[in-house]
Write a protein that binds this ligand. Structure first.
Ligand code: ADP
Ligand code: MG
Length: 300
C-alpha cells in the first residue's frame, strides 16, 4: 500500500515514527504537507495538487493536523475522503473533537461522564454560571485552548468573575467547568486504537501548575487502567468517531471524567513510557480496516 502522513513537518517525532512503521510493514510511505496542497473543487472530480502534481494512487492517509491549520487541514482530509482515500480519522471527527463545546455535548449525550460544564453568551449571568458548576474554584477554558494554554484555574468568585469578564470583553468563546481538585494536577492519557486501549499514562503536572500537559512540564508514567477507566476511554473515542485517539481523563470521586479526545495524539510520550511500538499498531489498524471502512456514523 501507499500510505501518506499528512504533516507540516517530517522531522516531528510522531511523523518520523509513522513513516518508519509504514516502511517496516512493507508499504510505501510519503509525507504530504497539507498546508502546501491545493484543493481543486470542480464538478465530479475532486483533486488535490501537491508540488505541482495531482495526488493519485494513495491508499490511506494518517492526518496529523495541528490546531493552527485545523480548518484548512480538515478541508484537505475531506477532499481525500471525496477521492475515496481511507483516512484513520474523518475530517468531521477532527472538527468535532477539536471543538471543546461540541465534544462535551456529544460525550454527554452518549452517556460518557464529563466534568460539569456550562457555556453562555451572556455576560450578565456570571454569578449564576459559577454557581451552576458548584462554585469556586472553577476552570475557565477557551474553546480553542491547546497544550494547556487558555485553561485558567480561578480559585475565588472574584477571580472567576474578572477572568470571565475579560474573556467576554475579548469576544473569546469559553466554557466554565467544575474544578476536579481530587485529581491533584494529574490526568490520564489513554491511547485508543479502534476498540482497545493500547497504553495509558498518568501525567502529573509540575507542582506549581494545575495543568498536567507534558508541554507544560508535566511528567508521564505508565499505568494500568481500571475497567471503568478503560471502558470510559473507549466509549469517548467511539462517541466522537475518533478511531485513533488520545483520551484525557480526570480521576474524580465519582469515577473517570473525560476532558478531551485528541484526534492527532502525540506518540513520543506514550511510546517512551510504554515501550510499545504504537506507530506500527496504527499501520496494522489501517491494514485491517481499509477493507471495511464504515465512514463517520456519529451524525452531530
Ligand atoms: P488543552 O486542550 O489545552 O490540553 P485541557 O482541557 O486538556 O486543555 O486542559 C489542560 C489541563 O488542565 C488538563 O490536562 C488538566 O491537567 C487540567 N484541567 C483541565 N480541566 C480540568 C478540570 N475541570 N479540573 C481539573 N483539572 C483540569
Ligand atoms: Mg489536554
Amino acid at each position: 500500500m501507499k500510505i501518506a502522513v499528512l504533516s507540516t513537518n517530517p522531522d516531528l517525532y510522531s511523523t518520523k515514527r509513522l513513516v518508519e512503521a509504514i516502511k517496516e510493514r512493507g508499504h510505501q510511505a510519503l509525507v504530504i504537507d497539507h498546508v502546501k496542497c491545493f484543493v481543486m473543487i470542480e464538478g465530479g472530480k475532486p483533486t488535490i495538487i501537491y508540488k505541482g502534481q495531482p495526488i493519485t494512487e494513495i491508499d490511506a492517509v494518517i492526518p496529523r493536523i495541528g490546531t493552527s491549520v485545523n480548518a484548512f487541514g480538515c478541508a484537505v482530509v475531506r477532499q481525500l475522503e471525496l477521492m475515496k482515500v481511507f483516512t484513520t480519522v474523518k475530517s468531521q471527527a477532527i472538527l468535532r473533537s477539536r471543538d471543546k463545546l461540541r465534544s462535551m455535548q456529544v460525550l454527554a449525550k452518549s452517556g460518557v461522564d464529563i466534568p460539569k460544564t456550562v457555556f453562555a453568551k451572556n455576560p450578565s449571568q456570571v454569578n449564576e454560571l459559577i454557581h451552576m458548576v458548584g462554585g469556586p474554584p472553577v476552570i475557565i477554558k477557551l474553546l480553542e485552548a491547546t497544550q494547556g494554554v487558555g485553561v485558567v484555574l480561578a480559585e475565588s468568585t472574584k477571580a472567576a468573575k474578572s477572568t470571565i469578564e475579560a474573556f467576554y470583553g475579548l469576544k473569546a468563546n469559553f466554557l466554565i467547568q467544575e474544578y476536579i481538585a481530587e485529581s491533584k494536577g494529574a490526568d490520564i492519557r489513554a491511547f485508543v486504537i479502534g476498540n482497545k486501549v493500547i497504553a495509558a499514562m498518568k501525567r502529573q503536572g509540575h507542582e506549581s501548575d494545575f495543568r498536567s500537559n507534558l508541554h507544560r512540564g508535566g511528567e508521564g508514567h505508565l499505568i494500568e487502567l481500571t475497567a471503568e477507566e478503560e471502558h470510559t476511554a473507549i466509549a469517548a473515542a467511539k462517541a466522537l468517531g475518533v478511531r485513533i485517539a488520545g483520551v484525557d481523563l480526570l480521576q474524580s470521586e465519582r469515577g473517570p471524567l473525560v476532558m478531551e479526545v485528541n484526534s492527532s495524539p502525540g506518540l513520543r510520550g506514550i511510546e517512551e513510557v510504554s515501550g510499545i511500538d504504537i506507530a506500527s499498531l496504527i499501520v496494522a489498524y489501517i491494514e485491517d480496516k481499509i477493507v471495511t471502512d464504515e465512514g463517520d456514523t456519529v451524525g452531530v
